[in-house]
Write a protein that binds this ligand. Structure first.
Ligand SMILES: Nc1ncnc2c1ncn2[C@@H]1O[C@H](COP(=O)(O)OP(=O)(O)OP(=O)(O)O)[C@@H](O)[C@H]1O
Length: 311
């Protein structure tokens, strides 16, 4: 089993610190979502792990070894950092064949991965004719070429159509189920919550979160329930009598903070109020993430002083 281990790694570009004493491990058998605002250091960290940049301090290893000392690296680690990096005048097939040949990978893998990423019918087309989504799929094909134990993808959903987004979600889940180590950066919170089991969140080059997704959401959720009923007034009065403070949303649903579904369900039943919906509220990943990173965002938009004054 192969983990990615980052230990006290720091990267300075001139006087700017991109990564700041970062320590974490990415474990096999699960998808780890790698999140953080623009400029937080995600891509830099991935480049440091892949030996594409030299750390100012600290270390990054894959299965206990630095990337540079891995024999047959593409068979150990598959990475997609920049889908635009492929040579445009090559066909997709030849691009993958060149990678396979130079890495001791059987040529038969090329057709397999082209099929796997949905590019089976366009393997003979030049890459410069590919859309952003097709390039993205080709980059993923290159990452999977060596059947690696470790897969690192920087923004893999970029440019993918809705069918592609579903496909990548299923692919990531499958890779993790096969026991591989999967690290995926993304800015799409709904997407990340659909495929990640574990989260690593950076802010300004530092580690903010390293925990299971479920734990992260629970830790940033305010307990409460949401319900829908046609008899809102009667239920509201009963809730107030019990010391709750129900709040009616614009969509007609009621939120009761600090209550459990069991408690509210029993109360509604005892009052004879039919409930059409009753769910325990949990923060979405987007809410939890935005709450966490509000102070860590370097490039947040600020509202203009004249906003709202236009006629
Ligand atoms: N080659 C470089 N030279 C100088 N500064 C760099 C270089 N690469 C990255 N940086 C700086 O390092 C910091 C981290 O950048 P990085 O691209 O790793 O962030 P990120 O989290 O991947 O951001 P994004 O979500 O926007 O892709 C940024 O301030 C960036 O400007």
């Amino acid at each position: 089993m192969t983990s990615i281990d980052v230990h006290d790694i720091t990267k300075d570009y001139g006087t700017a610190r991109a990564v700041d004493h970062l320590t974490f491990s990415v474990r096999p058998g699960r998808v780890t979502g790698f999140l953080g605002p623009n400029g937080a250091g995600k891509s830099t960290t991935m480049r440091l792990v892949l030996g594409l940049d030299r750390a100012t301090g600290g270390s990054a290893t894959i299965g206990g070894q630095p990337y540079a000392s891995l024999g047959n690296p593409l068979r150990r680690v598959g990475a997609l950092l920049d889908a635009q990096a492929a040579h445009g005048s090559r066909t997709a097939r030849n691009h993958l064949l060149a990678l396979a040949t130079s890495n001791g990978i059987a040529g038969s893998r090329v057709e397999e991965v082209l099929m796997e990423v949905g590019l089976g019918s366009v393997g003979r087309r030049r890459i410069k004719t590919f859309s952003l989504g097709m390039r993205q799929r080709l980059g993923i094909a290159a990452a999977l070429l060596g059947d690696p134990e470790v897969v690192m993808l920087d923004e893999p959903s970029n440019g993918l159509d809705p069918e592609g987004i579903v496909w990548i979600r299923e692919l990531l889940r499958k890779l993790a189920c096969e026991g591989r180590t999967v690290l995926v950066s993304s800015h799409l919170m709904n997407e990340t919550s659909s495929f990640a089991d574990h989260l690593i969140v950076l802010g300004k080059g530092r580690l903010l979160v390293d925990m299971p997704m479920r734990e992260f959401l629970a830790s940033r959720s305010r307990p409460g329930v949401q319900l829908r009923t046609r008899d809102g007034t009667r239920l509201r009065d009963a809730l107030i009598r019990k010391g709750h403070e129900p709040v009616r949303g614009d969509d007609g649903r009621w939120t009761v903070h600090g209550a459990t579904a069991e408690e509210i369900g029993a109360l509604a039943a005892s009052e004879g109020v039919p409930l059409l919906e009753l769910v325990e509220k949990q923060a979405t990943l987007e809410e939890a993430y935005l709450g966490l990173t509000a102070t860590e965002t370097e490039f947040a938009a600020t509202s203009s002083p004249t906003a709202g004054q236009e006629a």
